[in-house]
Design a protein around this ligand. Structure first.
Ligand code: FMN
Length: 246
């Protein structure tokens, strides 16, 4: 039988087919950041704009951008990592209703993402699994098995640039934040939002001598299991490997 799930998804997420949203039923807004497990160790990050960069030519960066899958062994500095996190998910402001404005657009400013990181080479940081705490611009070092790099690489269908990256970004959708307002149509918006985030990463990376490879060929179950996500309420939506250019 023909599998029409894509067409069905597009049909069922038309406005005419949406149910009443949780927001319009008066259900309180979900939290805007996932809680931390007790075992996480919180670290401070340099300011996202602490790097002194030469004047940047945006048109030149856009033209220069290309996918890079081979990286040098040079580590990133913590200031560079902070710059990349600030520019992809950093918070500009938060209002009295707990709505954040960030460096990227998001449908209805729902900002349904968390940034998990496989860190292999950042000066002064132990290799392992981390999460960006966007609201406080901090980093949480999360408990993970010693072979986390190998696990994530395998979950990404053994793409070698995961294992060799200085950092692999894993954007995780916390679906309820989006679905609360937009119902099932919110899934469309999360996929669209993820594109903006990754494009910012590509351009910021070019500005500091790094390259990026967007990555969507991965085994959902394995990536979600590696991050301790249930795969339904929270799930990996997009990844990107990054490292210094040779
Ligand atoms: C949504 C998306 C998913 C991608 N997934 C992968 C991937 O899993 N592995 C990979 O090596 N490249 C992946 N890429 C990178 C593309 O192959 C690359 O962007 C394309 O070949 C064009 O090259 P350019 O980015 O240098 O212009 C992905 C790109 C996008 C936009």
């Amino acid at each position: 039988m023909e599998n029409n799930i894509g067409k069905e998804f597009m049909r069922m997420t038309r406005y005419a087919n949406l149910e009443q949203s949780a927001q319009s039923q008066g259900i309180p807004m979900p939290p805007i950041e996932l809680p931390l497990t007790e075992a996480a160790r919180v670290l401070s990050l340099p300011d996202g704009k602490s790097l002194s960069l030469p004047a940047l030519d945006l048109a030149a960066l856009i033209e220069k951008r290309e996918t890079l899958r081979k990286y040098s062994q040079q580590a990133l500095s913590q200031a560079e990592l902070a710059y990349l996190l600030w520019g992809t998910q950093g918070v500009k402001s938060i209002n009295e209703k707990n709505i954040t404005r960030r460096m990227v657009p998001s449908a209805g400013a729902r900002h349904a993402f968390e940034t998990f990181l496989l860190i292999n080479r950042v000066d002064g940081l132990e290799a392992g699994l981390y999460r960006y705490l966007a609201l406080k611009h901090q980093l949480a070092h999360l408990p993970a098995p010693a072979d986390f790099n190998a696990q994530l690489t395998q979950a990404c269908l053994n793409q070698p640039h995961v294992a060799n990256s200085a950092v692999t970004f894993i954007w995780v959708a916390d679906a309820q934040r989006m679905v609360w307002r937009y119902c099932q149509r919110g899934y469309r918006y999360m996929f669209l939002d993820a594109g903006h985030v990754c494009q910012n990463l590509y351009l910021l990376a070019e500005s500091i001598g790094c390259g990026v490879c967007a990555l969507a060929a991965y085994d959902d179950d394995l990536v979600n299991a590696a991050l301790n996500l249930d795969g339904e309420n929270q799930f990996a939506i997009y990844l990107a490997t990054l490292g210094k250019r040779d």
